[in-house]
Ligand binder design. Sequence first.
Ligand code: F6P
Ligand code: MG
Length: 498
Amino acid sequence: MTDSSAKVTKAALNLGNLPPRKMSFAPPVPRTPTRVNPNQPPWPAFRGYHEYSFAHAVMGVRLPTILHKAIQDVILTLNAEYEEERITDLLACIEKMEQLMDDLQGNAKLRPIIDDGAGDVALWNKEISKYFKGKDFMNAPWLFAEAYKYRRLRECFSLSKFWVEYDVFFRQKCDTFSRSSAAVMELASRFAEPAAIDKGLTPDEERARNQLIFHELAQICLWGNSTDLSLLIDMTEEDIKALQSTGGEHLAATEKNIIGNDLKALGDLVTGLKGGRIDFILDNAGFELYTDLVFADWLIQSGICREVHFHGKILPWFVSDVRRQDWNWILNQCVYGHLFQSEDHGNDVAEEDVEHLRTLGKRWKQFEKEGKFQYHQHPFWCTGFTFWHLNSEAPDLWDTLCESDLVIFKGDLNHRKLTYDCHAPPSTPFAQAIGPLASDPGAPPICSLRTIKSDVVVGLPEGVAEHLDATETENWKISGKYAVVLLSYGDQDKETKI
Ligand code: F6P
Ligand code: MG
């Protein structure tokens, strides 16, 4: 057993004698599509042993730190248990987590997932045996190795008697939301009242007004992504507040940081809809989900959408990602919670603001009852496959997405999966980077709202990446200071392609 109370920042990773591979430029031409597979992305993959890449830091330091925190969470739960059978069952889960820590830090080979009866096991093991036989945590493509670690974490619980559904990240997800009161209340007070429908506006005037609101809400929803928990490890209360600021001035200042910016085209597409359907492929629970809900609320109230579909994860995933429990939690907290009145968080929130939040929560629950908000979870979202394989590995899911007028992919991980997480030149057009998702018959319009938190960057105007490389002091690809809003029109209307 490893000593789980030891500081994980001291964890040393045994990399054996793997040579570092320096890759300072991206080849200008991608691999031909027929030769693309999970171990051979269109451009070279990022792998944990590339010392120059963020992948190296994540595999060597961040993942062990996250796992250490997860073990601490389970210990907290264990300490509050009193039934012997539940305690011993949970101890077995902790032992498995410690084994996973050893495998991660010892750079073990990726073994098949143990059959726990879940529907995704076949998909995982097919991918491992076909593409990653003999590969280890550091030389498998980073995207797969990182996703695999979260599936192995699930395995620590899925064979238990009492703890199958245990979410080691749930506490953290709730805690960060409760520390976001300033921004939560600001949005609640602005959006609690049903959107005023201005009488007597011509269709053009109404569209122009909608475009202004869209412009602001889309950016709030975008920057909501900068506070994912896997990056918040060292953040202070003040840092979080600054990131979540939703005021108009702040938005105007941060818009220049959207360095691949299709906001205008996206606004035209969205405000051109009447009674349409928009899908959100969700990313993080808590504050980010709250901004998604505020945005979706307006889409329904403005008449732009008749229904909004939300897609969450079935497993505890990349720390902060939304699961059904997190969805239920936030809706119920808005209506019934005392989160922001809790002394623990030093929150002193006015009753009027709590009432605004309650109004929002009630309306969203009502939307859910009426089918205006629909929550889904498909196992495909928690596999190691990139979204280039959506159609082949989850055709049912792809078919339903093709019925949408717009599919919005939130966040960094979704962006990595859209683009095959590889070393494409930064000026690669988005539609090229997402391959079949833009070109397959019936492909819907797809948009990525992502604050940039990892190496893959596409969709930038020529020269922007080079300029940032030369002028930024910190690594602009992982700081979360920059963002992209990128749109592909899909296969629906070739005439209007950007
Ligand atoms: O561990 C790194 C990572 O996978 C990065 O892709 C990103 O920084 C983060 O985790 C997840 O970000 P998001 O929640 O935006 O997908
Ligand atoms: Mg996430």
